[in-house]
Every structure is written in structure tokens, then in C-alpha cells.
Design a protein around this ligand. Structure first.
Ligand code: GDP
Ligand code: IMO
Ligand code: MG
Length: 422
């Protein structure tokens, strides 16, 4: 069997958590391949809303294994908190949740370094979630990191101390940056026991053995393509490869083992944090989308920036990911509008631009739109795509034609049930 991949095509928060949960019954294993607790993946069923940060979104379905891959960075404190929140649901974590020995650990000092770096950047800050993601991946590529497998090493305390000392040295160069590490450190050390209570595995062997024995695997992405460290709107990005290729490095799966690539996008567009956003609406319309779509971050609660859908950006994301099918989310939110805009290209210095530009941070870019009639109808009670209003079908048909990839799912609400399969 091949490994299917599900990932975000915009700037994150497309609705990955909901759709992983919807698709999980078709799979044996759900594996997160990158990112860390900067992610907030929401899923809703039976009137309860759950937000997961590190744990894969397949955790609520019985008989499915969830794996935190080597490409993920783990904050033991947040991880412990997630497990505690799930306690009422009687999930047998020991049987259903595995962690890669090669996943890196976020230390308390990584979070301090994140905060210090953002403070120093001032108005140029990335808008990081301040979960220590950047500094942890820096230590990974700098070959200084601590991994889950190190927890079992007799030298663990020494390794930890060495890395922490290095961090404290760096922090001393930041003027006026005060911190109190004692309580943070204690909480962190205590939380390690929770990680150790689960099985740490050689996840590349675990997954490849599963592939050979015919198991079906879905790789769950975090963040979105435009936040990818290489292909996103650098430097306003996260520190991992969020694209399909990240599945290979983040799970140890060879490129020829990748099957379907399911790309998720909102019927409009959002971004949280700093950085370019060509179709951002700073007006009343943007505010209407934010209120109607409850566009406030799942991890930080920050208001998300909102705008119309952007085909230049989406085509770029489809290209770098090799997307084979699309899921369109939050169609119900656009029901408030008489007409809906779609950005077909940009104009820069009077020239038509159809490729996402390198210097998007620096150029004056004018998004050019076409306008389509809205459906002005409540979609949230729909359960079959055939029953959808013609205007919504026209919107979907237009996007499919432009993007050249089938839209196989349209989401009309946050609940599992509010999902139309085409
Ligand atoms: P993720 O990070 O990609 O998993 O997405 P988030 O969970 O951060 O943000 C998506 C938000 O939209 C969550 O609050 C979801 O409950 C919600 N959501 C997902 N799909 C839909 C939908 O089709 N309609 C509406 N109204 N809300 C949705
Ligand atoms: P999910 O998986 C939306 C954004 C932050 C910031 C930038 C860098 O829920 O879609 P970081 O904490 O990684 O240093 O932040 O990336 N960001 C996200 N935005 N959804 C996410 O995850 C995000 N994870 C990080 O807001 O702009
Ligand atoms: Mg999110």
C-alpha cells in the first residue's frame, strides 16, 4: 500500500484536523510528519470540540494507530496536557499512540529563545506562536538537539544540561530579557514521565513494515504550504517542510511510496501572524469573514487575517505538493455574501503575474479578481453534494477547472457530519 498525505495548501488552519478525523476510518495508521505544538487541529463530533496540538487527529477512532513522526518537535508539557484532556474518552494510549525515537524535544529554554528572538525583531517579528519551534529545529539542524530516544540514555541529564547551558549563554546576549526557569524546568522534567509511559519506536521501520503488510497509512501535515521553510513566504514561515516532501523526511517514507495527496483549502483564505497575504481584506468584508468564520487561532486565540481565495497561491501550492485531490472547507461561511471574489492573477508594475513571486514581501502587488454570484443559503444542514445550491456548484466547477484537480469534498460546518463527499 502507498501512504496518502493530507496537508494544508494555504497559511494553515484550513481544517486539516476535521478532515483527518473524517477520513480516519479508511486507514490503519495516522502519522504526523512535521511541526509541533504551534499547530492547533480542531475536530468536532457529538457536540464536543477538541483541539489537538501534537497528537494526530485520528486518535478518536477505535482500532487506528496514531504516530508522532521523527519530523515532529514535541513539548512534553503540552503533550502531557493533551493526554490529560483526552482522559475522559478512555483511549488506550499505550496501544494506539506511538512516538518516534527520533522526534526532537522542545526544551523550556527553546521557548525562551523564541520569545527573545521575536522581541528583538520588533515590528519585523514573524508572529511566532512562541512554542519554541524555530529554536528547536535550529538545534536539530545544528546537530545539538535532544531526541525522544535520548530520554532512555544514561547520559540524558548531562545532554540536557549541556544544551540548556548553551541556551542560557545565548539568552545572556539579549538585553533586558528576564526569565524564571526554575518552575518551567520542574514541570518539564515531570512531564517527561508521560512521554516515557508510551512506546518510543523506530518509526521508519514501524511504518515501512506496516506498508509491506498492506496497512493503510495517512500522513497528517501541520501548518500550510505557504508557511513551508523553503516554499513559503520566507522569512514569515515556520521552521519545517510542510509540503509533501516533508512526509518522506518526517516519517522515513520513500517518495515512490507516496499515494494520493489530499490538499485542503478554505473557500476563502486566512493567515495568522506576520507576512505577506496578497488577497488580505483590511475592510468590513474581511471583518465579516472573521466574525462569521470565527477566525481566531486554535493555538493562540489571535484574530486571523482574512481575504478572498487566491488562485495564484493555490496553483503554486498544488504544484509543489503534487496534489491529486482537493477538499474545500468552510463553504458555509461564504453564505453571507451576495457575490464572492476569486483572485485569478496579480498585477505588479502594470504586468500580469500568474506565478507566485519570489519578492512577494517587497513588491506592490495588486490582486485581480473575477466575481461570482453567491448562494445566500444556509449550507450547514446539507448532507449530500447533489442538494447543494447551483451557485456553490458553479464556484466548485470554476475552481476545479482553474486548478485542474478534482474537489472531492466540500465542508459545510465544523462537525464530522457536515461533510459533503462528491
Ligand atoms: P487546522 O489547523 O487545519 O486543523 O484547522 P483549525 O482547527 O486551526 O481551524 C479550522 C477551524 O474551522 C476550526 O475551528 C474548525 O472547527 C472549523 N471548521 C472546519 N471546517 C469547517 C467548515 O466547513 N465550516 C465551518 N464553519 N467551520 C469549519
Ligand atoms: P496548523 O497546523 C496557522 C504561523 C505563526 C507564525 C508562523 C511561525 O494549526 O495549521 P512558529 O510558531 O512556527 O514559529 O510560527 O507560522 N503558524 C501557523 N499558522 N496554523 C498553524 O498550524 C501554524 N503554525 C504556525 O502564526 O506566523
Ligand atoms: Mg490550526
Amino acid at each position: 500500500m502507498k501512504v496518502d498525505v493530507l496537508l494544508g495548501l494555504q497559511w494553515g488552519d484550513e481544517g486539516k484536523g476535521k478532515i483527518v478525523d473524517v477520513f480516519t476510518p479508511k486507514y490503519d495508521i495516522i502519522a504526523r510528519f512535521q511541526g509541533g505544538p504551534n499547530a492547533g487541529h480542531t475536530l468536532e463530533f457529538e457536540g464536543i470540540k477538541h483541539v489537538l496540538h501534537t497528537i494526530p487527529s485520528g486518535i478518536f477512532r477505535e482500532n487506528v494507530i496514531n504516530l508522532v513522526g521523527n519530523g515532529v518537535v514535541i513539548d512534553p508539557i503540552i503533550f502531557k496536557g493533551e493526554l490529560e484532556k483526552l482522559a475522559p474518552f478512555n483511549i488506550d494510549f499505550k496501544k494506539r499512540l506511538f512516538i518516534s525515537k527520533k522526534a526532537h524535544l522542545i526544551l523550556p529554554t527553546h521557548k525562551l529563545l523564541d520569545a527573545a528572538s521575536e522581541t528583538l525583531k520588533g515590528k519585523n517579528k514573524i508572529g511566532s506562536t512562541l512554542k519554541g519551534i524555530g529554536p528547536t529545529y535550529m538545534d536539530k539542524t545544528g546537530r545539538n538537539g535532544l531526541r525522544v530516544g535520548d530520554l532512555y540514555s544514561p547520559n540524558f541529564k548531562e545532554k540536557y544540561q549541556n544544551l540548556m547551558d548553551k541556551h542560557i549563554g545565548i539568552l545572556s546576549h539579549y538585553d533586558d530579557f528576564e526569565y524564571d526557569l526554575t518552575s518551567l524546568e520542574k514541570e518539564w522534567m515531570d512531564s517527561l514521565e508521560v512521554i516515557k509511559s508510551l512506546d518510543a519506536v523506530d518509526s521508519e521501520h514501524f511504518l515501512n513494515t506496516a506498508i509491506l503488510s498492506g496497512k493503510k497509512i495517512l500522513a497528517e501535515g501541520a501548518q500550510g504550504t505557504m508557511l513551508d521553510i523553503d516554499f513559503g513566504t520566507y522569512p514569515f514561515v515556520t521552521s519545517s517542510n510542510t509540503v509533501t516532501a516533508g512526509t518522506c523526511t518526517g516519517l522515513g517514507i520513500a517518495p515512490n511510496k507516496i499515494g494520493e495527496v489530499i490538499g485542503i483549502f478554505k473557500a476563502y483564505c486566512t493567515r495568522v501572524g506576520s507576512g505577506p497575504f496578497p488577497t488580505e481584506l483590511l475592510d468590513e468584508v474581511g471583518e465579516q469573514i472573521r466574525q462569521e468564520g470565527r477566525e481566531f487561532g486554535s493555538t493562540t486565540g489571535r484574530p486571523r487575517r482574512c481575504g478572498w481565495i487566491d488562485l495564484v497561491q493555490l496553483k503554486y501550492a498544488i504544484m509543489v505538493n503534487g496534489v491529486t485531490e482537493l477538499s474545500m472547507m468552510k463553504a458555509d461561511i461564504l453564505s453571507i455574501f451576495d457575490s464572492i471574489k476569486i483572485c485569478t492573477h496579480y498585477e505588479i508594475d502594470g504586468h500580469k503575474v500568474t506565478e507566485f513571486p519570489y519578492d512577494v514581501n517587497d513588491v506592490v502587488l495588486v490582486p485581480i479578481y473575477i466575481e461570482m454570484a453567491g448562494w445566500k443559503e444556509d449550507l450547514t444542514k446539507l448532507r449530500r453534494y447533489e442538494d447543494a445550491p447551483q451557485e456553490l456548484k458553479n464556484y466548485v466547477l470554476y475552481l476545479e477547472k482553474e486548478l485542474n484537480v478534482p474537489i472531492t469534498l466540500v465542508s459545510v460546518g465544523p462537525d464530522r457530519e457536515q461533510t459533503l463527499l462528491k
